[in-house]
Design a binder for this molecule. Structure first.
Ligand SMILES: Nc1nc2c(ncn2[C@@H]2O[C@H](COP(=O)(O)OP(=O)(O)O)[C@@H](O)[C@H]2O)c(=O)[nH]1
Ligand SMILES: [Mg+2]
Length: 489
């Protein structure tokens, strides 16, 4: 009896459905599991601290691939070898997940007064379908000639990312970590009187809920000051304390770190009265982690196949040594929360691991092209610790330098190279910047970078939404190729 390939596939899908039901796996749909098993569905984890350029990168990624016939994608092999047939954007089939606002963002970038994507306040996602011609297989001339590769992409407020390490941290350990951090500048200075008050608050004393509310408000203001002060710090927890009016957080978000916990033993703290500051704050901390952080991790990060970590290296260099250290620590904490390594496709369905990591220095259109290699080198130094985490189980990370939206042009001024573009009012601006070093500066070497005032470029003018123009970029094609090139064969 002759059985068609289609019938075998259907039969396989059916038994696979049974296995999945039996295992109780939380995947969104059978179809997506089936695609994953056939290596035709990839979950991209676009990771990065707040303001590192994630939403802009995702917008540009979708744009470059959707408009591949006019985009500049020479470094993306399926385009070079003429194998990309068409690209479609779908919503992600997930309950309550809003669609990534691609159209809105692209319209903003391509409007007569171009604007950057709005700052991200909530989660969103999309599914990009790439229709590809298969690379010819001499051993199997009857192999299917075309297939679809599905890319799952999700966006989220970067602040939430820093909560991931809280999943493995007890409340008292978090308090100890905060105590060590807040006792040092620049945080001690930003915290002012609140530092002394939190350091003297007795964790075993009965809670005064009114006072705890007040402390919590002042603590949220302190965290906001860390983020929005002139040079923003990276390591800011809990991330949801930064979003004002975050109604779904409720009582769970009303706790503070009790900096005096270190004066007591674990036994004394565990034996505290139920209405003590310690027990009340600990309960709220636990429900914050269980009800907000865990589901975010489960829905957004537990299934990543390929990770892109975006780092604003130019801003770090402009902010100074404490800020570079802070960013370094924040990135190491984040990568600690992921599992790296390669797995069989079947195991990948049940417990995924990230088999490829790319660190990318973003917004490199703010520096001249001859310094891009140095920016890449500097990035590799800044992320060394995070890099070591990712090297577990043989995954060797790659460093790149990219700009999702090239907003500047190179100019020459008195035999020196510089950049020109427009500011947020559309007025022309230009500058010559200090030479970017390939390593973190020390001592006096910091001076030129700290006094360098980097003007914010507006996105370039002249893009047409109606004509579906491709967004100009720097090396997005190389990054896309590193991310999914091998999956397109
Ligand atoms: N010059 C330049 N600026 C960028 C680029 N990407 C992002 N930006 C700037 O960085 C800001 C934050 O970007 P966004 O994508 O919202 O970061 P997110 O918080 O990580 O999602 C934007 O508002 C822009 O001002 C880029 O490719 N070039
Ligand atoms: Mg964003």
């Amino acid at each position: 009896m002759k059985i068609s390939k289609r019938a075998i596939n259907e039969k396989f899908k059916h038994s696979f459905q049974k296995v999945s039901e039996f295992s109780g796996s939380g995947l969104s749909s059978i179809e997506s599991q089936y695609q994953r098993l056939r290596d035709q569905r990839v979950t991209l984890g676009v990771t990065g601290l707040s303001q590192s350029g994630k939403s802009t990168f995702i917008t540009s990624l979708i744009n470059q691939l959707s408009e591949f016939d006019c985009a500049s994608l020479a470094g993306f092999s399926p385009v070079l070898s003429d194998r990309l047939r068409w690209v479609k954007l779908h919503p992600l089939d997930e309950k309550d997940l809003p669609e990534f606002p691609y159209r809105h963002n692209y319209q903003g970038l391509a409007s007569p007064n171009p604007r950057w994507p709005d700052s991200t306040q909530d989660v969103s996602g999309c599914l990009l379908e790439l229709r590809l011609k298969r690379v010819k297989n001499k051993l199997n001339p009857f192999a299917i000639k075309e297939f679809s590769l599905f890319l799952e992409i999700r966006d989220y407020p970067g602040e939430w990312l820093l909560d991931l390490p809280l999943r493995d941290m007890t409340f008292s350990r978090w308090c100890a970590q905060c105590n060590a951090q807040y006792s040092q500048d620049p945080r001690a200075q930003i915290m002012g009187n609140l530092l002394g008050e939190l350091q003297s608050l007795d964790p075993l004393a009965p809670v005064d809920k009114g006072y705890l509310d007040e402390l919590n408000k002042r603590y949220c203001d302190f965290l906001k000051a860390c983020k929005y002060s002139h040079k923003s710090l990276s390591l800011i927890q809990p991330g949801r304390f930064l979003i004002s009016g975050n109604s779904d957080a409720g009582d769970r978000s009303c706790f503070v770190p009790l900096l005096k916990c270190g004066s007591y033993t674990e036994g004394q703290l565990n034996g505290a009265a139920e209405d003590s500051y310690f027990k009340v704050c600990e309960r709220r901390y636990k429900s914050y982690v269980k009800e907000l952080v865990e589901p975010f991790y489960r829905d957004f990060f537990s299934r990543i196949d390929r990770q892109l970590i975006l780092v604003d290296v130019v801003k770090a260099l402009n902010s100074g040594p404490e800020y570079v250290d802070d960013m370094r620590q924040a990135l190491a904490n984040i990568t600690d929360s992921f599992a790296y390594g390669s797995r069989s496709r079947l195991l990948q369905l049940f417990r995924s691991k990230i088999d490829k990591v790319i660190f990318a220095a973003t917004k490199v259109d703010q520096i001249v092209s001859e310094d891009h290699d140095a920016a890449k080198q500097l990035l590799s130094v800044i992320i060394k610790q995070a890099y070591n985490n990712a090297q577990h189980e043989g995954v060797t990370p790659i460093c790149e330098a990219t700009a999702a939206v090239r907003s500047s042009k190179e100019i020459e001024h008195q035999a020196e190279k510089g950049l020109s573009g427009a500011d947020s009012n559309g007025e022309p601006i230009g500058y010559i910047h200090p030479k970017i070093p390939g390593r973190v500066p020390s001592g006096d070497q910091w001076e030129p970078f700290l006094s360098w005032e980097i003007p914010q470029f507006n996105p370039p003018k002249g893009l047409s939404f109606t004509n579906s123009d491709a967004i100009p970029h720097i090396r997005m094609d190389t990054v896309i190729n590193e991310l999914i090139g091998d999956k397109c064969e």
